[in-house]
Design a protein around this ligand. Sequence first.
Ligand SMILES: [Zn+2]
Length: 277
Amino acid sequence: MAWPDKTPPDASEKQTLGKGVFRKCDGCDFTLPAEDLVRNFEVCPRCEHHHKLGSEGWQQLICDHGVLDEWDEGLEPTDPLGFSDGKSYRERIRASQLKSGVREGIQVGRSELKGRPIAYGCFNFGFMGGSMGSVVGEKITRLFERGAAARLPVVLLQASGGARMQEGILSLMQMAKSVAARERYRATGLPFISCLLHPTTGGVAASFAFLGDVNVAEAKALIGFAGPRVIESTLRQKLPRGFQRAEFLLDHGMVDMVCSRLEMKSRLATLLGHLCQ
Ligand SMILES: [Zn+2]
């Protein structure tokens, strides 16, 4: 019989002990049970710091019982340009699909919000930074078209780094296409509520994201076209404190309201109650 091995675990083993059980808050540095953050939709219960929440979490938060009857689930990106930047676009798509468990950067479908049927869309930032390629643009276009056909208000949640460079001009085309769809939807008189989450930038911010009948920003979300570092290095000027944050945009008339993630659903329900006939 051998003596029990009393060799202490090395440093790398120690680091993995309890992995996934505790997490440190990015806002207050406090270590708290990971479960507390998950239950609270990634909002710190101590300091209310909003950590990133994936599209699955948003679906649980906004859609009644977390139920979404998804449209166009099978649409997948192709690689029309045969693009490669050290790694091929096809490989990047495959890696993102495996990592995120979804086929593209957005999910759209029919859902209910406090009992009211809606056409719902939510970007998945975990899929190539929520970037907008041909499939994302097509799904947004269909979201407005199906919303119009079924007489449903549209609620769209954005979290995106902008256009997807791997699709070149085909990606930029989606800005015009989705805006045209939004404008056709406007003629129905139905409301479109745009929710700008962290971060909403680039081609998404420069197209439909600011075209809601009401534009709701998530507290402290970064919202803008180019990032602050790019602007500072181009202008060679220091930007004002809080520049491009939701609260700054509210003060400057760019968004209509800012609300905490945990009050988002009740705010949306109130707005829909006012706007739907
Ligand atoms: Zn905290």
